[in-house]
Design a protein around this ligand. Structure first.
Ligand code: NIG
Ligand code: FE
Length: 415
């Protein structure tokens, strides 16, 4: 594989000489940068970086960054980017006054997506999801997690997970697959909750495990969806197949989902629009990554995540897009950073740490992604000319990614 040399980098962001597995609390404010730098990639990995004074003479391909900034690729640890159809009719219903939960109770929402997904052939789902994958690569993402959860029957959940595995074979960026059978109760089980839980545990999980289709298990722990007790059972069932948990919880209510997840060693708890003091303490005692998805309250209304309380309590937080047709029809990490700063009062440095290193940690990719470090994947992007790191979240809505690279290969070029 040819070598790639990036010369004259104005600011090399998140450049680590002693790689950290994640950053928490006050350390989230520290963003290691190197001014006037070079980066050398060999065989898809970062082989060297340092001051321009030590820049190697040649490489197979040389890019002059001309003072632009280089960031490690975003690590988007929570998406639902396999789906059959958009849901702008619900968007209009919300404008007219319906809430997300009311729309769900009327059979819209996740069940609307499930109806459409069930009737859509696998190949068609693959094509549309692959388009979204290329789209987010162009936005600077270099690792992604994708959930099932719009199938809600055995064959349709398998279909979604096979699409996610197929996506991995089409790209060099890591694609983590999460089984979210417990996303909503499908209509055929409306009067038989236990039957659906049993279907997930006794039929879906064994087949998913036999085909090696998932890395993680998830559930939507929320009023009107799945209870804390059901979530706990599902986490334990997943664990029997080696699947760690990444769980939707605390989007609208504090029910005890965080406690159930942390006690069971979940990898992450995601959403966290509402968090009480006891839950902050629980998170402090565990190893679970709080993952904030501020574009969901931006799009459907509601509380923004209390990032300050979490970080000031010494916790790490990760940021992710939640790209999905219902609550976030956008896979743009840069906009998530803007919301994190503007609405959750995170500093630009905290937001960048949350979207890189801590996002990688929330997918167990911290040894290979999330920062510029020797031996890590050569996955990064060059910005358009910008005056400072803070300009990136400041210029909300602008696309500041000019060239994106994954494993040392250019995947987007907007010059
Ligand atoms: O993370 N809240 C649960 N799941 C998704 C939304 C799913 C949908 O509305 O299609 C989320 O916001
Ligand atoms: Fe989600």
């Amino acid at each position: 594989m040819p070598s790639l040399l990036i010369r004259n980098i104005g600011t090399l962001v998140q450049a680590e000489t002693a790689p950290r597995p994640f950053v928490a609390g006050a350390a989230m404010q520290e963003l290691p940068v190197l001014e006037n730098a070079y980066l050398l990639a060999e065989a898809g990995r970062i082989a060297a970086f340092g001051p321009m004074a030590q820049c190697p003479e040649r490489a197979d391909e040389v890019v002059d960054a001309a003072g632009r900034m280089l960031f490690p690729s975003w690590c988007d640890s929570h998406t639902h980017l396999v789906f059959a159809a958009s849901r702008e009719a619900e968007f209009v219903d919300r404008i007219k006054g319906l809430s997300y939960e009311e729309i769900a109770r009327r059979g819209g929402g996740i069940l609307n997506s499930a109806r459409r997904l069930r009737e859509t052939p696998q190949e068609e789902l693959l094509q549309s999801a692959y388009g979204r994958l290329l789209e987010i690569q162009g936005f600077g993402s270099g690792a992604v997690e994708i959930k099932s959860g719009y199938g809600l029957d055995v064959e349709s959940e398998l279909k979604m997970l096979r699409v996610i595995r197929k996506l991995q074979s089409l790209t060099d960026m890591p694609v983590r697959a999460t089984f979210l059978g417990a996303h909503a109760l499908p209509p055929e089980y409306r009067d038989n909750r236990e039957g659906y839980i049993r279907l997930i545990i006794d039929e879906m999980l064994p087949r998913i495990a036999a085909e090696g289709l998932a890395d993680y298990i998830d559930a939507f722990c929320e009023k009107g969806f799945f209870t804390v007790g059901e979530t706990a059972r599902l986490i334990e069932a997943g664990a029997r197949y080696g699947l760690k948990a990444k769980v939707h919880t605390n989007q609208f209510n504090c029910l005890g989902g965080i406690q159930a997840c942390v006690e069971r060693g979940a990898l992450s708890v995601d959403h966290l629009e509402v968090v009480n003091d006891e839950e902050v303490e629980v998170l402090k005692r565990g190893n679970t990554m709080p993952t904030l998805l501020p574009s969901a309250p931006f799009f459907i209304g509601g509380h923004y995540q209390p990032a300050r309380r979490l970080i000031d309590a010494g916790l790490p937080v990760a940021l992710a897009t939640d790209y999905n047709p219902g609550t976030t029809p956008s896979g743009r990490m840069q906009f998530v950073l803007s919301l994190a700063c503007i609405k959750c009062r995170m500093t630009p440095e905290e937001a960048i740490n949350a979207a890189t290193l801590n996002g990688a940690r929330a997918m167990e990719l911290e040894n290979t992604h999330g920062s510029v470090a020797i031996g890590k994947a050569a996955s990064f992007f060059l910005t358009r000319p910008i005056p400072s790191v803070a300009y990136l979240p400041y210029a909300f809505g602008a696309d500041l990614v000019e060239q994106a690279f994954i494993n040392g290969k250019r995947v987007a070029d907007k010059r």
